[in-house]
Design a protein around this ligand. Structure first.
Ligand code: ATP
Ligand code: MG
Length: 549
């Protein structure tokens, strides 16, 4: 077998160099979501990257909930994040919570104070903002910067003990108020916040800031390569500074470009607004770019992994075409989805030379594109059928291969039929076609010698199952949602959902299970929605058969 030589991405190059130099025996990565919402397609990129690297180099990946902010986090999100990572096909080495490190992070802060690298500041946030200076203007020292180590220790202990109200005091790293990197100008590392935490309850009323939690958590877990998105580039200097001053495990941070996709918005905070304002049916609305929405819509983990592989790991921000993800979804579904016949807009066909009350079962292949023989199902064939209205034209153009008066077409896995009389209602609308069939033309046993070019799908009218179909369009009408300046809600597509309350499915679909994938012949890929009941099956259109562009 030919193996495709794939060039290494820049993080793989770094890892291979590190392993070669003997810097690490094995690697450790982490996926660190903040549990303040549901994961989206951008997170899939980060998950595939972090877990993929560890798999490739025989290392491990931790799932770490970055839950240091007490006010925004909830257990519901934790559970859904875990389900999404598993669904994508990855197993974490350990499930960890940054909040479990609160005692250790507190001890790290005390260590910094003891080394003279941190001080308690009573300045208001406005005063601190003024002290920061500007990118080209150095900042100024706070008047509390020269407090003694003893005084700092005493005040920080009081902060922890709840003796100071929110916002009255912070702990700041003592670095350099004239530093070219603004983040190095004595950043706040601990704040007082009397808030209930989803895991630690009311144990703490001081909480570490992101920069004083992330790198330290990496070091505690001995993460070798801490991969994050580009907006953290300026934080790297601070990340390294804390590790050096605390003399802890030297984790290293590497940044890649976040995934941006056309017609898509990836921000938990904004997606939450859509949910809270009932602009979608929930986090798992099939139009949402969340992993739970994509799953419900019928996207597969295989398609996501292939997509992430295809887009690679970029060092500069870019915009990936949504159609590439859809392409990956189609490619995978083509191989796994069973074919079924469903008539969306029915036109009745009566086969006048087919015995009344007669029923034949017509075997039809489930999927000839599958890796293994997918077998057949039997479709009932009878005198009255439904075909798509679109598959008939009274006055056909040249090269029209479907049905027209006097014309012939093959019914897929059935017979060749010939159109005779066209029945219309008082308004001139076609309501029924009277056809004849060629009994020797049965699919697979055709001895008729008749050649026809068109093949159409159909269902037996008496056996058809009415089902609901939900067709989705893009949720946003604007290609680059990062470039907009007004409210993102102005860019919602008002026509993103079309419900077809009654389409006619072949009876095999009665056995469909929630989440099962199907190709409705000539119509697209669909999957059964959890809203389905015994009385009414609901199918989501996952993706069309072809890119409409
Ligand atoms: P959001 O703004 O949607 O809340 P976030 O970056 O704040 O995203 P986190 O929960 O902090 O979300 O992210 C967990 C990990 O996923 C981080 O390492 C983050 O860099 C990564 N990540 C988030 N969004 C993307 C994206 N669009 N592309 C690639 N990685 C992403
Ligand atoms: Mg975040």
């Amino acid at each position: 077998m030919m193996t495709e030589e794939k060039s290494l991405n820049f993080i793989e190059e770094i890892i291979e160099a590190d392993l070669k130099a003997g810097k690490h025996k094995t690697i450790a990565t982490r996926f660190p979501p903040e549990p303040n919402g549901y994961l989206h397609i951008g997170h899939a990129k980060s998950i595939c990257l972090n877990f993929g690297l560890a798999q490739k180099y025989g290392g491990k990946t931790n799932l770490r909930f970055d839950d240091t902010n007490p006010v925004t986090e909830e257990t519901e999100y934790v559970e859904n994040i875990k389900a999404d990572v598993k669904w994508l096909g990855f197993e974490w080495a350990e499930e960890l919570y940054a909040s479990d490190y609160f005692p250790q992070l507190y001890a790290f802060a005390v260590k910094l104070i003891n080394k003279g690298f941190a001080y308690v500041d009573d300045s208001t946030s406005e005063e601190m903002a003024k002290q920061k200076g500007a990118p080209t203007v150095p900042g100024t020292n706070s008047k509390y910067r020269s407090r003694s180590i003893e005084e700092n220790l005493k005040l920080f202990t009081e902060m922890k003990e709840g003796k100071h109200p929110d916002g009255s005091k912070v702990l700041r790293a003592k670095i350099d108020m004239g530093h070219v990197n603004m983040l190095m100008r004595d950043p706040v590392i601990y704040r007082v916040k009397h808030a209930h935490h989803h895991r630690t309850g009311d144990t703490w009323c001081v909480y570490p800031m992101y920069d004083f939690a992330h790198g330290q958590s990496d070091a505690i877990e001995q993460i070798t390569h801490s991969v994050c998105t580009l907006e953290f580039v300026p934080h790297r200097e601070l990340y390294d500074w804390f590790i050096e001053k605390l003399e802890i495990y030297p984790s290293k941070q590497y940044e890649f470009a976040r995934l941006n996709m056309t017609y898509t918005m990836m921000s938990k905070r904004k997606l939450m607004q859509l949910v809270n304002e009932n602009l979608v049916s929930g986090w798992d609305d099939p139009r949402m770019p969340t992993l739970s929405g994509a799953r419900r819509r019928g996207y597969t983990p295989e398609a996501f992994r292939e997509f992430c592989e295809k887009i690679g790991v970029a060092k500069r921000d870019n915009l990936i075409d949504l159609s590439l993800l859809e392409f990956c979804v189609r490619e995978h579904l083509n191989k796994i989805a069973y074919r079924r016949m469903v008539v969306f807009d029915p036109l009745k066909v009566v086969i006048t030379n087919y015995e009344e009350g007669k029923l034949e079962m017509m075997p039809s292949e489930n999927n000839t594109e599958a890796a293994e023989n997918a077998g057949v199902r039997e479709m009932p064939f009878s005198r009255e059928l439904f075909i798509e209205k679109d598959d008939f034209m009274e006055v056909p153009p040249k090269k029209y291969f479907r049905l027209s008066p006097g014309g012939m077409v093959r019914l897929k896995s059935g017979f060749i039929i010939k159109c005779g009389e066209v029945i219309k209602d008082a308004n001139g609308n076609v309501t029924e076609l009277r056809c004849t069939y060629i009994s020797e033309s049965r699919s697979g046993h055709d001895t008729s010698g008749v050649q026809v070019k068109g093949v159409i799908h159909w269902v037996s009218a008496a056996h058809a199952v009415p089902v609901e179909v939900r067709q989705y369009e893009k949720l946003f009408v604007t290609e680059d949602m990062n470039a907009i300046e007004d409210d993102f809600k102005n860019h919602l597509n008002p026509h993103s959902l079309h419900v077809l309350p009654k389409v006619y499915a072949e009876p095999a679909l009665l056995n469909a299970k929630v989440g099962e994938h199907f190709q409705f012949l000539r119509m697209g890929y669909f999957c059964l929605d959890p809203d389905s009941t015994r009385e009414k099956l609901v199918f989501n259109r996952t993706v069309t058969l072809r890119d409409s562009k």
